[in-house]
Design a protein around this ligand. Structure first.
Ligand SMILES: Nc1ncnc2c1ncn2[C@@H]1O[C@H](COP(=O)(O)OP(=O)(O)O)[C@@H](O)[C@H]1O
Ligand SMILES: [Mg+2]
Length: 310
């Protein structure tokens, strides 16, 4: 069976997906007993069941399955390590966008990155996908030093990282199915895999019935769910989100947040930059606060903090 997001459940009378008895196994886990991860979907927001079985691979990129909001132990190999990282854009040579930042993010964590506009949140996220190279210091993602990584390896790195942005970045002339399928086509997945995985992930985000619509026929919240589906269709162990709820109403944002939370509960590490104070305060996850390119706070179960005039 295809290894990603395979949902063997049927639908019950209400049309909701029934829990599958077997669960998807992420493809990037390379050794040891494989954890069993279950993701099911409802017609609205994705639901995850309690883990069917646990036992993540030692040193694997996915985390052991935990309940929502559990503090992830900071042991083993971090998914992300920054060591004395400075980023200086040529246009602003005297004002580092990131200034000597060191931090570790562990498999399975859900981390909010908060701070004023211009504090360096997007710069930090762009380092993780090697959209940017550090001016100084080391950025290590999934065991690879991105500062030293050859350019030809970058596409392989990006296969392991899903990205979600504030402005969705959907292709307007492709259907919803086509947008999500495109992510798999680009990495050379066979059609049979695409035909299985795309409907499954669209079910996961509650948009199976919108498969043939075009982006401009969907609401903002629905479009963002498509971009989450696109980010997750290849089951990457790391999801990087840059203000994914920045364009959405609070109620709609909550749906996106729940979806990201469910994805995190399957063992995926989530790093999310946000301005959404209420969301951060209600989720009580790890918060890394940036100010003028420096980490000014790094707190387990943190809140947004007392910033004025954000
Ligand atoms: N491409 C760029 N060229 C020059 N300066 C930039 C560029 N992108 C961001 N900056 C600067 O880097 C700093 C951090 O920006 P950014 O990472 O976008 O912050 P945030 O996402 O927190 O709003 C800001 O001072 C911003 O003006
Ligand atoms: Mg930004």
């Amino acid at each position: 069976m295809p290894s990603h997001l395979r949902n063997t459940g049927g639908t019950d009378a209400s049309g909701d997906l029934v829990t599958p008895s077997t669960a998807p196994v992420p493809s990037v886990v390379t050794s040891g007993p494989e954890p069993v991860r279950t993701i099911t979907a409802s017609t609205d927001v994705a639901q995850t069941n309690a883990p069917v079985a646990s036992g993540a691979t030692p040193g694997g990129l996915y985390a052991p399955l935990e309940g929502s909001g559990a503090v992830v132990p900071h042991t083993g190999t971090p998914t992300i390590s920054l060591r004395n990282v400075t980023v200086i854009y040529p246009a602003q040579p005297n004002k580092p966008a990131l200034d000597n930042v060191s931090l570790d993010i562990y498999p399975g964590e859900f981390v909010f990155v908060v701070g004023h506009s211009g504090s360096g949140k997007s710069t930090f996220l762009r380092l993780l996908t090697r959209e940017l190279k550090a001016t100084k210091g080391d950025v290590i993602v999934a065991g690879q030093n991105l500062t030293k990584m050859r350019n030809w390896k970058v596409p392989y790195l990006r296969r392991q990282i899903g990205t979600v942005f504030q402005d969705f970045k959907l292709l307007p002339d492709k259907t919803i199915y086509g947008n999500v399928a495109f992510a798999l086509e680009c990495i050379g997945k066979p059609r049979s895999v695409i035909e299985t995985q795309v409907p499954e992930v669209l079910r996961l985000v509650g948009l199976a019935e919108k498969m043939d619509s075009f982006p401009d026929q969907l609401s903002g919240g629905e479009q963002q769910r498509v971009s989450v589906a696109r980010a997750m269709v290849n089951r990457p162990p790391l999801l990087v989100c840059d203000e994914p709820t920045g364009n959405l109403d609070p109620a709609i944002s909550l749906g996106i947040m729940k979806l990201l939370d469910r994805i995190n509960q399957t063992g995926t590490t989530v790093v999310m930059a946000t301005h959404d104070r209420e969301m951060v305060d209600s989720m009580r996850r790890r918060v890394i606060a940036l100010e003028a390119g420096e980490v000014v706070r790094d707190q387990e179960r943190g809140g947004y903090g007392f910033y004025d005039a954000l």
